[in-house]
Ligand binder design. Structure first.
Ligand code: GLA
Ligand code: CA
Length: 691
């Protein structure tokens, strides 16, 4: 095995006996078997056309209090606000059938809004805000209930698409006659702006990181108001259809964005990015609710979008719910409030809260339902693999990059991790499992035989660190920089970037620091709150960073190009330097090749084999160092109807997308008096009343 050869030759170079060093290295194995943990609640599988379609219905109705806005002339009648053929959710597929209007969904979040400019890279505070505001060409969250053999992205703003015979061109048909929440038409002007002024402009990157590589470097051409084509360099890059879902092809209102963009104004890019602060109300959206109130450190309130372009098959315009709240608090408080019934929804994802939440949810008078899903929440420690200047490292950071690029060093890091202890520090019981990194166990492309697991062994970790050229030259118990290092003569010091907003992440980060110390490597935490942490991660200003789960490691078919550094900005831990150059390691080159072949392949068997090889390359070479994986639970107040059974908190997307909020309702008898701005619609100065 390569690892023996490496260790042995390093030992020879150091002039010590090869066998002595060999004996200290514990070789990798396949991963240990995880204890059973069965998900609670099975999805009811359906074909896409059983869930939704696009067609004209005989008549439409709206939330009754909107009648007054039509009478006063503030709104056109509902049939004029809707497209000729709206998106129709089949009532027959709804878990509890057609809903009733009214009701409020109270979210609690730990993030904070920077502004509404998602396309300028601003965060709205996460927790489902951006997912709800900005609709995308296709949709994937609800696919957890679509059987594997029928799997393809759901249509959304794109109602249909077709490939040319040779697979080199995709024609996309948008929904016709849909309108932004301020009544402006949605059409290819919005596509044109998103494509040419955002995606193709290297000076700006949307929040979730879409770049030309996300779309296989396609050439996009507008055909007419509702049609465009994308041409590719290779045949049938079907992953592009997944790349049109949440996170990427979610166009913004060009009629509002364009006048502020540097290409059409005197603004700098910075001014464009900041032109839509959270205080701005009624920001035009294609989503079901738009902001009407923002109070810093307190709340964001959203009201129904009267132009929403989806209906149920009885003709009721969606959404059913009038109002959405996002309390600006902490992620842990989201769990506490959902369990207590003062909030309505939580992705229970911090294991520290599992035991107490389970206890309360089991009581007869518990206000909320709680259901665990599969183990798809996981943490990875990513070494920054750029050796040529991403993040503009100083001498110390550059020396760390060079260590990170040495497989011996990464083997040292991984064998220093006691994953059992890390998991148990979060929660005791059958929840957490040791996570080798890469594809998650239990997901469709995972293969245990192709997964390389380096067991915890401090002695072995030290042998690897020494093979990477480290020695404790001053005898204080910690490895020093090698002789002549530009980083100086002192101890090696690593920084670990982590998100302060999650107790779980802090606990894991502290555990990692302690375990590295036991293996002779000093590190310190670079703990930043969400938005600052994201900025540091995106700009490459980190040595090592903790990263929570990614959907591509679960579904593979979504965000496929992010599985490897397939483009200058695609990877978490290896992006291009300011000159746009990537210095990929040989195993990374191979990973990129595999991913590109996978994207271009329609052969199921070939795809399975490719993913086996990918998993092996990833885990053997420690592209990322997996730590722990565990299940999450969806907590939803019992008064809500139409929550699909078996909705995972995270798979293709987060549960805020998966449960299809525009179909969720509160039965009449369960409605509570929670609306802060009843009978109002969004406007530029906040909530607007009729008359
Ligand atoms: C945050 C939360 C997740 C989920 C997402 C949605 O990351 O931690 O549970 O709500 O936001 O974007
Ligand atoms: Ca030392």
């Amino acid at each position: 095995m390569t690892i023996h050869v490496r260790a042995a030759s390093a030992a020879l170079l150091l002039g010590v006996s090869g066998t002595a060093l060999l004996a200290q290295v514990t070789p990798p194995t396949t991963p240990p078997t995880a204890p059973e943990f069965s998900a609670q609640g099975e999805p009811v599988f359906a074909g896409l056309d059983e869930i939704l379609g696009y067609r004209a219905l005989d008549g439409y109705s709206q939330a009754p209090w909107l009648d007054a806005f039509v009478e006063s002339g503030q709104l056109p009648p509902v049939e004029e606000r809707l497209p000729a053929e709206p998106m129709v959710y089949e009532v027959s597929n709804m878990p509890d059938g057609a809903g009733v209007y009214g009701g409020t969904l109270r979210h609690v979040i730990g993030g904070r809004p920077e502004g509404w400019n998602y396309w300028g890279g601003q965060s709205q505070g996460w927790g489902g805000i951006d997912i709800g505001l900005y609709e995308c060409l296709t949709r994937t969250g609800p696919l957890f209930q679509v059987a594997a053999e029928d799997l393809q992205p759901m249509p959304n703003l794109a109602r249909s698409w077709e490939w040319s015979e040779d697979g080199m061109m995709l024609t996309v048909h948008l929904i016709e006659g849909a309108k932004w929440s301020d009544g402006d038409p949605f059409d290819t002007e919005d596509i044109d702006f998103y494509w040419n002024d955002i995606v193709q402009n290297p000076e700006v990157t949307p929040l979730n990181g879409a770049t030309p590589a996300t779309y296989a470097n396609a050439t996009l051409e507008i055909v007419d108001d509702y049609t465009f084509t994308m041409s590719f360099e290779s045949a049938f890059p079907e992953s592009v259809l997944y790349a049109m879902a949440y996170g990427n092809f979610c166009p913004g209102p060009s009629h509002v964005l364009k006048p502020q963009h540097p290409a059409y104004s005197d603004n700098t890019m910075e001014q464009f990015i900041n032109a839509f602060p959270p205080e701005m109300m009624g920001f035009p959206v294609m989503g079901a609710w738009s902001p009407v109130e923002y109070r810093a450190e307190d709340i964001i309130v959203m009201r129904r979008n009267p132009y929403y372009w989806k209906v149920d098959s009885d003709g009721n315009q969606l959404p059913y719910l009038d109002e959405l709240h996002y309390r600006l608090s902490t992620w842990a408080d989201r769990d506490v409030q959902a369990v207590a019934g003062t909030g309505d929804f939580s992705n229970l994802e911090q294991p520290e809260n599992f035991v107490e939440s389970l206890r309360r949810a089991a009581e007869d008078d518990a206000p909320a339902r709680l259901a665990f899903g599969p183990r798809t929440i996981g943490y990875t420690l990513f070494p920054n693999l750029s050796g040529n200047g991403w993040g503009e490292p100083d001498d110390r950071a550059q020396a760390v990059r060079e260590l990170n690029r040495d497989p011996e060093f990464r083997m040292g890091l991984t064998q220093a991790m006691d994953r059992v202890r890390l998991g148990e520090s979060l929660v005791k019981g059958p929840f957490t499992v040791q996570y080798p990194g890469g594809l998650y166990e239990g997901t469709s492309y995972y293969d245990a035989e192709s997964t390389v697991f380096y067991p915890y062994d401090v002695t072995s970790a030290r042998a690897h660190f020494e093979a990477a050229g480290l020695a404790d030259t001053d005898g204080d118990g910690f490895y020093n920089w090698p002789e002549g290092s530009p980083a100086g003569q002192g101890n090696v010091l690593l920084t670990i970037l982590a998100n302060a907003d999650y107790q779980t992440e802090r606990n894991l980060a502290e555990g990692v620091v302690a375990m590295l110390e036991e293996a002779g490597v000093q590190s310190t935490l670079q703990i930043l709150t969400g938005n600052d942490r994201d900025a540091a991660a995106d700009s490459g200003r980190f040595d090592l960073m903790l990263v929570r789960n990614a959907s591509e490691l679960i579904t593979v078919v979504q965000n496929t190009q992010q599985l490897a550094p397939t483009g200058p900005q695609n990877s978490n831990n290896h992006r291009a330097n300011p000159d746009g150059e990537l210095d990929l390691l040989p195993f990374e080159e191979e990973m990129v090749e595999i991913i590109n072949t996978f994207i271009g392949s329609r052969d199921a068997e070939e795809r399975t084999e490719l993913m086996k090889r990918y998993q092996q390359l990833y885990t053997e070479n420690l592209y990322g160092i997996g730590l722990t994986a565990y299940p999450g639970a969806l907590i939803i107040n019992k008064r809500f109807a139409n929550i699909p059974p078996g909705a995972p908190i995270f798979q293709f997307n987060w549960a805020e997308d998966n449960i299809i909020r525009e179909r969720v309702y509160v039965p009449q008898e369960a409605q509570m008096d929670l609306q802060l701005h009843p009978e109002t619609i969004p406007g530029p100065d906040g909530p607007v009343t009729a008359g």
